[in-house]
Design a protein. Structure first.
Lengths: 489, 206
């Protein structure tokens, strides 16, 4: 920040993906004042009508959401037999979807927590809606184990609640760790998201024209008035939340991977799973952020706040985590061979060349080969290409979980008990319907809540630096001490 | 330079005339963070106690310029985290390792599970839940205590009466000196604020 001179081309750069030595690339384009940031972000929720495309998308999402409701109702009234599960393959689409959505849910808190600790200021443009995405993805994820238990009315058995049967959950089971990990992750992500949003809700409250908006935003803004004594504690609390969320993000998918890794099943029983799952989660999460950010910035006119540089940076993260995932795939094969264990070797050969070879091929080409295109800056900064690639990555990541879960279960130790899994319409309907739930929540968020963390974006603008560009024009020679405390007026 | 706006209510309040309204304080508006910073240092040095800055975003270095003491929040959050650790340990050992009967709202009995020959007190298997509850307790305490110390939620505040103050969440920077400050003298304080280079100074009613 300090390297910027007050009259340098702040907000005058159109391509901020170019790095100039000794200068920080601007994170906000074509905006000189804080008021412009407020107006640009608030315009979305203050508009009388949303863009036409919003209504189309919202209608489609509601349709899919109804499909989800239908499938779940049918499942509850009939039983889990409506899924294509069979004796060896007792986990298939349900758990695949669970792991897929939890993975998507990793980008938000990673961006808000880990990038915050690393002082990556570009996070401010994307953190709010990435966090929202996290929360909605975890809601989708939580649905699946909830309905997978079969008798959903006993789902409360997952929690240690005193009961007349004197039964307790079994805390040595990784499935129970999952309950605690995912619910803690959801709670902490929600707190983080909400705490970050309070100052922006206050902005919406202060600008609201109608009584309903004033009351609604006012209630959730908790009476925030930007007091610096409040900001002081707020910033401390935010830093603490970031520090607490950082190990939490890394732990959640590690715990999810324990569901598999602590079992005895070949193809699951590997020590590489926790880091491999975490890398995959970040990979798919960032891909989903790109998938959502590209249309959102076009539709709501946020291109100056979610700039090409933000997208470029995210594509770099996708490239790096894609390489990690590729490394994990190959290391799994190496260890399977190196272990000398017959079942382990078979599981991996079967994974690549068995009945599910097409899923494996799809997974490798989507997750390892496709992201390699991001080595080229032209591709990293091309909106249409990155949009398509981000979708391909998410297709690949869905298949990764499918391959891990189903191929290992379908062919385990005893050939006589092998069986193949074929999804039913309920399996497919539930999977597609979950996207309806996700997009319904996300579209509502885009329409009614501040999609970009205004306060945080303003704080990283050069104008916000009281010693630099924001030093004012009244000529207080504002130095470190207070030697001029009774000075120049 | 700065235009000083005097609201009608302000002129009334400055006379010791019979009045129904009490004064909350004086509100000075600044255009840039730099202006605010310089003004905040002078307010601090003038010895005011009941005063505050209001900004749309946290201004870097303003805590020092205002002389704000560091919050003890981190210590309390550590305490909450330690409570979470202990609670998770006790919960798991009680429900899974011992057969005691205790009173926890109702009489509850623990159950020593025997799972694949592992010892009843198998600490390594309890670590993930201990970790999660440590984080959960800390995060909940962190947010709750932060808002509690800030006196929020407080949906009503005298400052919300000021129309100018609406920009405190947008693009303007404010200093407010409250009337209850021992050094507050309506006329003198207003003069003092005007020397700091504000865009406007106005009186806020309580």
């Amino acid at each position: 920040m300090t390297t910027l001179s007050p009259d340098s081309h702040i907000g005058r750069v159109s391509d901020n993906t170019i790095d100039r030595p000794g200068e920080r690339a601007p994170l906000v384009l074509n905006m000189d004042t804080f008021g412009q940031v407020t107006a640009t972000v608030c315009r979305v929720s203050e508009a009388e009508k949303a863009p036409f495309a919003w209504y189309v998308a919202f209608g489609a999402s509601l349709g899919l959401l109804s499909l989800l409701g239908l499938c779940i109702t049918y499942l509850i009234f009939t039983g889990v037999g409506v899924w294509g599960l069979n004796n060896p393959v007792m986990w298939a689409y349900d758990i695949t979807n669970f792991v897929f959505w939890v993975g998507i849910g990793h980008a938000g808190t990673l961006i808000s927590a880990i990038l915050f600790l690393f002082r990556q200021k570009w996070r401010t443009g994307i953190n709010r809606f990435a966090e929202a995405m996290t929360i909605f993805a975890v809601i989708c994820a939580g649905t699946f184990p909830g309905i997978h238990v079969g008798r959903v009315w006993f789902a409360y058995w997952l929690f240690p609640i005193p009961n007349q049967m004197e039964m307790w959950p079994q805390f040595r089971s990784p499935l129970l760790w999952d309950v605690f990990a995912v619910s803690t992750y959801f709670t902490v992500s929600l707190l983080f998201w909400y705490t970050g949003m309070v100052p922006d809700l206050a902005t919406l409250r202060d600008r609201a024209k109608g009584k309903v908006q004033q009351l609604g935003y006012g209630l959730f803004a908790l009476g925030w008035r930007g007091s610096n004594r409040h900001w002081h504690r707020y910033e401390r609390a935010y830093l603490l939340l970031a520090a607490l969320s950082t190990p939490l993000v890394l732990s959640v998918h590690s715990v999810v991977s324990f569901d598999f890794a602590t079992s005895q099943l070949p193809g699951w029983h590997t020590t590489i799973f926790p880091p491999y799952f975490v890398a995959g989660a970040i990979f798919s999460g960032f891909a989903m952020v790109v998938t959502l950010a590209v249309p959102a910035r076009e539709l709501f006119g946020l291109k100056d706040l979610i700039t090409l540089r933000h997208l470029d940076n995210m594509n770099k993260v996708i490239l790096v985590t894609g390489c990690m995932v590729g490394y994990a795939y190959s290391m799994e094969f190496f260890i399977a061979w190196y272990s000398g264990a017959m079942y382990e070797k078979f599981a991996f050969i079967n994974r690549a060349f068995g009945q599910y070879w097409w899923a494996y091929l799809l997974m490798v080409s989507c997750n390892v080969i496709t992201p390699q295109l991001f080595w080229s800056k032209r591709i990293r900064t091309s909106i249409p290409i990155m949009f398509v690639l981000s979708i391909i990555v998410n297709v690949g990541m869905w298949f990764e979980r499918f391959v891990i879960i189903v191929s290992s279960l379908a062919n385990d130790f005893l050939p006589s008990s092998w069986d193949l899994f074929t999804p039913t319409w309920v399996d497919i309907g539930t999977m597609v319907g979950a996207f309806g739930l996700f997009f319904t929540l996300f579209l509502l968020f885009c329409r009614y809540l501040p999609m970009i963390a205004m306060a945080e974006v303003k704080a990283v603008m050069p104008q916000a630096d009281p010693h630099g560009a924001g030093a004012g024009k009244h000529g207080h020679g504002h130095a470190q001490g207070h030697d001029h405390a009774h000075g120049n007026h | 330079m700065a235009t000083i706006v005097t609201t009608p209510s302000e002129t009334q309040a400055r006379e010791p005339a019979p009045k129904a309204t009490r004064m909350y304080g004086l509100l000075a508006e600044f255009e840039t963070p730099g202006d605010l910073m310089a003004a905040a240092e002078k307010c601090r040095d003038a010895g005011f106690k009941w005063w505050d800055c209001h900004t749309p975003f946290p201004v870097h270095g303003l805590d020092g310029a205002m002389g704000i003491k560091r919050t003890i929040l981190p210590l309390l959050v550590f305490g909450a985290g330690a409570t979470g650790t202990a609670a998770a340990f006790l919960l798991q050992t009680f429900t899974n390792s011992v057969g005691w009967t205790i009173w926890a709202g109702v009489w509850v009995t623990g159950y020593p599970f025997l799972i694949s020959g592992k010892p009843a007190m198998s600490l390594p298997a309890f670590i993930p839940v201990i970790f999660e509850l440590t984080i959960l307790f800390s995060a909940l305490a962190c947010v709750k205590l932060m808002f509690l110390f800030n006196g929020l939620p407080q949906l009503y505040h005298p400052l919300f009466k000021s129309n100018r103050f609406r920009r405190a969440s947008n693009d303007r920077f404010f200093i407010v000196i409250e009337a209850r400050d021992p050094k507050f003298l309506p006329k003198k304080t207003e003069e003092f604020l005007k020397t700091l280079g504000p865009i406007s100074v106005e009186m806020v009613e309580d």
